[in-house]
Design a protein around this ligand. Structure first.
Ligand code: SF4
Length: 351
C-alpha cells in the first residue's frame, strides 16, 4: 500500500507523516483536573496502542492540571482547544506537544497569531480541525449536503493560508463529518490540495457497536488509498475501546504489525459436522493472553480447511467427532473432538 507523500510533523518525538507509521490516537474522557484518573486513563490508552493522547482543556484549571499530567506520562499529549487563545497558550506552556485547534472559533485574527507565535516558540505542532458540524458560515439547513465538502475545503484553505503567511508549517489537517461518504470525499479533496499529514476520523460515530463499521469503512477506504497519517476512532464510552477499533483497522490493512493471535474461522455451513462456533470461542478464550503475532485457523471441513491451514501457523480442520491438526500447512495429527483445544495449545506452546 503506497502512502500519499506528506511533510513530516514531529509531535514530541512521535512523527506524523508518510515517512512514519500511521499513529493511533484517542482522547481522555475523565475530568482533566482529576490528574490521577487522567494519568491512569492515558496509561491504559498507551497500553492499548495509542501513540498520542488528546486531552480537553476548557478551563484554566485544566491547563494547570495538564502541566502535572505531562510530567507523569510517557506519551506526547495534544491539547484540545476551542474558542480560547488563552487556553491554547497556557496548554503550550504546560507542555502539550501539539494543539488541536479550529481556527474558525478563535475570536480574532490577533488571537490566532498569538497562538501560532507561541506554538512556534515552543516547537509545538498544530492540527487544524475543520468539522462539518461547526463550520463557520455554514448554515446546515441552507447548504445542501453535496456542497458541504467544498465548503469544508474552502475553510481549510483559508486557515492554512493564515498559518503559512505566519511561516508556520508543522501542521496536521483534519476535516471531520459524521457522514461516512462525506468523510471519504472531503479527505480525498484535502489530500489532493495539501502536502500536510492528515488526521482521519469519523466524528460522533456513536456507541462502539454502531461506530465500528462506519469508522472501518471511512478510515479503511482512505487508508487503503494511502490517505491518513494518524487516526482516531470516536466512539462513546471507554476510549480504550475506540483505540482497539483503530488498532484493528490498521492491522487489518497491514499498516500495523499484529501483536496478538489472529483467528481465522470459517463461517460454517451445512458441511460442518461439529459445532465450529463453540470450538472457535474456546480457542479464542484459550489464546486471549498470548502476545504473539500468530495466525490460527479453525475450519469446518476439508473444502477450504487445508487452504487456510497453508497460510496459518496452526490450524484445525474439523471432521465428524475429530479434528485434523496442521502446523504451517502440514498435517501433523488427527485428534478426537474433545482433545482439539488441548492439542492445539500444546502445539502453540512449541511455536
Ligand atoms: S470450511 Fe467447510 S464448513 Fe466451513 S464454510 Fe467452508 S465449506 Fe462450510
Amino acid at each position: 500500500m503506497t502512502r500519499r507523500t506528506t511533510t513530516t510533523v514531529n509531535v514530541g518525538g512521535v512523527h506524523i507523516g508518510s515517512q512514519a507509521p500511521v499513529v493511533v490516537q484517542s482522547m481522555t474522557k475523565v475530568p482533566t483536573t482529576d490528574v490521577a484518573r487522567c494519568v491512569r486513563q492515558i496509561n491504559r490508552l498507551v497500553e492499548a496502542g495509542c501513540g498520542l493522547v488528546r486531552v480537553a482543556v476548557p478551563r484554566r484549571a485544566d491547563t494547570q492540571a495538564l502541566a502535572k499530567i505531562v510530567a507523569r506520562v510517557n506519551v506526547p499529549l495534544i491539547a484540545d482547544i476551542h474558542f480560547s487563545a488563552d487556553r491554547a497558550v497556557e496548554a503550550i506552556e504546560a507542555g502539550a506537544a501539539k494543539i488541536r485547534l479550529n481556527p474558525g472559533n478563535v475570536k480574532s485574527r490577533d488571537d490566532l497569531h498569538r497562538i501560532i507565535d507561541s506554538a512556534r516558540a515552543h516547537r509545538v505542532a498544530v492540527r487544524i480541525g475543520v468539522n462539518e458540524a461547526s463550520i463557520r458560515d455554514l448554515s446546515r439547513a441552507a447548504v445542501p449536503p453535496a456542497q458541504r465538502t467544498a465548503l469544508m475545503l474552502k475553510e481549510m484553505r483559508q486557515y492554512v493560508r493564515i498559518f503559512e503567511k505566519r511561516r508556520f508549517d508543522p501542521l496536521v489537517l483534519s476535516a471531520k463529518s459524521s457522514d461516512t461518504p462525506r468523510t471519504i470525499e472531503v479527505n480525498r479533496a484535502i489530500a489532493e490540495a495539501f502536502a500536510y499529514p492528515i488526521h482521519l476520523g469519523l466524528t460522533h460515530a456513536g456507541l462502539p457497536d454502531d461506530a465500528r463499521i462506519p469508522s472501518a469503512v471511512a478510515l479503511g477506504t482512505l487508508l487503503a488509498e494511502g490517505i491518513g497519517d494518524t487516526i482516531r476512532v470516536s466512539a462513546a464510552g471507554d476510549p480504550v475501546v475506540e483505540t482497539k477499533i483503530a488498532v484493528e483497522i490498521l492491522m487489518s490493512l497491514g499498516l500495523l504489525a499484529r501483536r496478538q493471535v489472529e483467528l481465522v474461522v470459517c463461517p460454517t455451513c451445512a458441511r460442518s459436522e461439529i459445532d465450529i462456533v463453540s470450538l472457535a470461542r474456546k480457542v479464542k478464550k484459550a489464546v486471549a493472553g498470548i502476545d504473539k503475532p500468530l495466525r490460527i485457523a479453525v475450519m469446518g471441513c476439508i473444502v477450504n480447511g487445508p487452504g487456510e491451514a497453508a497460510d496459518a501457523d496452526l490450524a484445525v480442520c474439523a471432521g465428524k467427532g475429530k479434528g485434523f491438526l496442521y502446523r504451517h500447512g502440514r498435517r501433523i495429527a488427527t485428534v478426537p473432538e474433545d482433545r482439539i483445544i488441548a492439542e492445539l495449545l500444546r502445539e502453540l506452546a512449541g511455536l
